[in-house]
Design a protein around this ligand. Sequence first.
Ligand SMILES: Nc1nc2c(c(=O)[nH]1)N[C@H]1C(S)=C(S)[C@@H](COP(=O)(O)OP(=O)(O)OC[C@H]3O[C@@H](n4cnc5c(=O)[nH]c(N)nc54)[C@H](O)[C@@H]3O)O[C@H]1N2
Ligand SMILES: Nc1nc2c(c(=O)[nH]1)N[C@H]1C(S)=C(S)[C@@H](COP(=O)(O)OP(=O)(O)OC[C@H]3O[C@@H](n4cnc5c(=O)[nH]c(N)nc54)[C@H](O)[C@@H]3O)O[C@H]1N2
Ligand SMILES: [Mo]
Length: 766
Amino acid sequence: MSQRKSIRLYTHPAGGWDALAATGSALARQNTLAKGAATLMRMNQPEGFDCPGCAWPDPKHTSSFEFCENGAKAMAWEATSHRCTPEFFAAHTVSELAAWNDYDLEMVGRLTHPMAYDAATDRYRAVTWEEAFATIARHLDGLDDPNRAEFYTSGRTSNEAAFLYQLFVREFGTNNFPDCSNMCHEATSVGLPHSLGVGKGTVLLEDFDHTDCIFIFGQNPGTNSPRMMTSLRNASRRGASIVSFNPFRERALERFQAPQNPVEMVTLTSTPISGHLYQLRVGGDVAVLKGLMKVLIEDDARLRAERQIAVLDWDFIKGHTAGFDALVADLKATRWDDIERQSGLARAEIEEAARIYAKAERAIVVYGMGVTQHRHGAAAVQQLANLCLLRGNIGRVGAGLCPVRGHSNVQGDRTVGITEIPSAEFLERLGGRFGFTPPSAPGHNVVTALEAMVRGDTRVFFAMGGNIVAAIPDWEVTRAAFERLDLTVHVSTKLNRSHLVHGREALILPCLSRSEVDVQATGPQSITVEDSMSMVHASAGRNTPASEHLRSEPAIVAGLAKATLGARSVVDWQAFVDDYDLIRDAIEDVFPIFEGFNARIRVPGGFHLESTARDRIWTTPGGKANFLVYDGVGEDPTPQETDALWLTTVRSHDQYNTTLYSLSDRYRGVEGQRDVVFLNAADMEERGLAAGDRVDLVGISPDGTERAVRGFMVVPYAFPKGCCAAYYPEANPLVPLSSHDPMSFTPAYKAVPIRLVRSRVEAEAV
Ligand SMILES: Nc1nc2c(c(=O)[nH]1)N[C@H]1C(S)=C(S)[C@@H](COP(=O)(O)OP(=O)(O)OC[C@H]3O[C@@H](n4cnc5c(=O)[nH]c(N)nc54)[C@H](O)[C@@H]3O)O[C@H]1N2
Ligand SMILES: Nc1nc2c(c(=O)[nH]1)N[C@H]1C(S)=C(S)[C@@H](COP(=O)(O)OP(=O)(O)OC[C@H]3O[C@@H](n4cnc5c(=O)[nH]c(N)nc54)[C@H](O)[C@@H]3O)O[C@H]1N2
Ligand SMILES: [Mo]
């Protein structure tokens, strides 16, 4: 579909009437107006289903309807009346569909039948579930080593499905669990335990009602977790300071008109959100953090000497932490010149921000992909923890560290065992509960799985949800690797790129979505999810399934396990499918933190999974919270070539990861197109570029391989000098697979060195 193109400055606050209008048109596009409205009212209600959008918590899942534009879009996208049927597949070859854009692919609608690729006709054709399972079993059975199969998970999968999935995969014999979280908050899961003993956040939603100050690094709440705007708006109105660090002046960080608030809506007023919005350079976070801490430490020394006033929380530092002296030594050795150059901010700006932080009795530090998706994402997360620890801002009401997770159950999937590096204790409990010996060798994450595929070691790729082919870096090599596989299988709700870049044999298995009723032998089932703040609650859909042929994800895992393992299996798979309570009992047996699981999810709002750091119990080897040193201030901002720019890749307001709700990005003023690059005026002038010019983005290659995306339109934007931005996933071919964090293996999606080269396409008037 072509959509009207334009570029214009957006002058309204975030939210407001435009959000309501956008919701209406999203529902209309999916043809779900009547059903859509009813479905919306059941979302995030005690008896309803969990929003399939982001992982931000709901006010106890007990309150009345909370409007969220992007939640509504996610729901409309699932509850669409469009269908992707066997007739559709019969009418289009896969080669033809491969030329469609991602928006048009998903707009076809919900998948209705299991489909298998037929090489003779280059089409997908309908097959029965039994045929599909038999095909997978044949391939898995034929492997000389179970580690030649990869089992991907995307974070919408429920705890119940994820638990069964990891059980099957481990009984089959591998720990190869590439997971969307490897591209997302892995830097948190891997970096934070060294600091705090836990790899999760330490705040609850109510902490936002008690905090004096919120620092937000590299996260765009107005788009990616819009319900967070309620907390930010309330905090701002209470007088709490909100400070953000982002190369974009994201509109929702500036001001927000609450669609729930009749006065703001009618009077067209709005609430300012971030009193201080610092436009740091791409990759400038560590430099800023070191600058902030340097100021705190220097102010503390000075004020204690002059007036006996402490800026640091000395009781906390002495009683709870280790590594303070090494941190101070490193900060003393860090030069302001380097901090200013790398961060793009003036010393005075960093001092101003540090003093806001120091004045706040209770502070929350929030962060997202702008911090994690870097070559040293995990180490950067540890610097955020340092900042909290200096003032004892962990384990107190109104204070703490708040990583904002992505997919609605990405955190839960990890909690119930989707991990390529399982602990010995977990494996022992799992094996003990079921009576088998799970494999203990570490498996693959997304990057190492792709490397194994590129080497030719992998034969089978199975995906529980997601669209990995579009989400990963370095498309030219990684896509070729998918095409060399013997079998690719995707459990999906919509047609996407991963079905079209496929192995010799390929299957699409259509599953129920969260808003649909899931009826098994003992009646309608509910599933559970864990949000960003470790609250676990039940979710039960009510809509009629998009097709009678759909199966639930737990039923699909069970079908797969029965076909593959047969009588070899020690698990009664059918019993689990008949009654999901039994899956939850098994989860509780393996993970003691789920004690009383079935009873506790029947309480509206669910329950909180305990976090030791929140209670100031440090489960690190030394029993203390650790200050950790980051060597340097971040990567060199001018890699070799003088005309290099740091490219960051971001989400538009109208996409959910690789799913595009439209081709527009309202708050950044871009309509009907996504092949654009945001660039500041000075960088344009230096390169002789004008608005509307077409350029190729060419990667500055670490390995001699040319990586480029072509014909992107230059959009002038107030962006820091030496940096530019383009959309994910269009810019993914530019990210080298080798460019990832050595600790967490997170690809450096937010720092890609590139050059701009004028395209051989004509400029357009804008
Ligand atoms: N509607 C909607 N909701 C979503 C998603 C979606 O795509 N659409 N995706 C879900 C998922 S899986 C995730 S992980 C989250 C993602 O949510 P976010 O973490 O908000 O992800 P991004 O939009 O990729 O980037 C966040 C911000 O980082 C800024 N940024 C870029 N580079 C840097 C940098 O070097 N430093 C700093 N400080 N900032 C930088 C960008 O300008 C952007 O504002 O949202 C989840 N929710
Ligand atoms: N350049 C760049 N690349 C990035 C990022 C970035 O910021 N920049 N962000 C990264 C991040 S944070 C993430 S999380 C990944 C996302 O990677 P993925 O999680 O793999 O991708 P999604 O786009 O969320 O997956 C969309 C597909 O999920 C399927 N789906 C939707 N709902 C369900 C369901 O209920 N069940 C099942 N089985 N399938 C369902 C649909 O078929 C849909 O097409 O991308 C990463 N890639
Ligand atoms: Mo994510």
